[in-house]
Design a binder for this molecule. Structure first.
Ligand code: HEC
Length: 159
């Protein structure tokens, strides 16, 4: 007997089935134009070679996250971000900056989809999810957990 199965490759378009922040809401927050550039630098800079993403990046934070940063633009060692802090990494393969991917962290330790205190996701520039928020950052925290002294945010020790 021949059994033919038909599979459809569907883009994730529905909200994540959790009570945590959904990837859709997270994308709206991440693509909002009123964020602040890390150290006021709007230029793309070379990513650290230990980073799994493409070669160039620029990092944005929301006002909540920005409130935890001190005069050098960094979170002090042993500091913590307040809940609802948002950090968005815009990723590009060229320094001239053609946005390819957003990598996002949203501080919400009580969310059912949080990992190490943050909700994690990656988006293509149009908003389709590359890494869904429901994954609890499984692919992300293996690296980010090595920066616990900076609330698992990596950039402060690198740039
Ligand atoms: C192999 C290790 C590694 C993995 C896996 C990883 N990251 Fe990162 N990530 C880094 C490094 C290193 C940086 C800092 C790069 C720099 O500053 O040049 C970074 C930076 C970031 C930033 C900017 C804020 C910060 O921490 O500096 C965000 C947002 C981010 N990553 C999200 C993610 C997400 C979402 C995932 C999972 C889908 C992920 N990362 C997986 C290593 C990793």
């Amino acid at each position: 007997m021949l059994i033919v199965t038909k599979t459809t490759c569907k883009r994730i378009t529905a909200a994540d089935p959790t009570t945590g922040i959904t990837y859709k809401v997270l994308f709206e927050l991440a693509s909002y134009s009123g964020l602040f550039y890390y150290q006021n630098n709007a230029s793309y800079i070379a990513s650290d070679p230990s980073c799994p993403h493409d070669k160039f990046m620029r990092v944005n934070v929301n006002a909540k996250a920005s409130s935890a940063l001190v005069s050098d633009g960094k979170l002090p060692p042993s500091g913590n971000f307040p809940d609802s802090s948002l950090i968005v990494k815009e990723i590009s393969s060229a320094q001239a900056g053609s946005l390819k991917l957003y990598a996002v962290m949203y501080k919400m330790p009580k969310a059912s989809n949080a990992g190490s205190g943050w909700v994690w996701a990656e988006y293509k520039s149009g908003g389709s999810a590359q890494t869904a928020a429901k994954d609890k950052g499984a692919k992300c925290i293996i690296c980010h957990n090595t920066s616990k002294q900076r609330d698992v945010v990596k950039i402060f020790d690198l740039h």
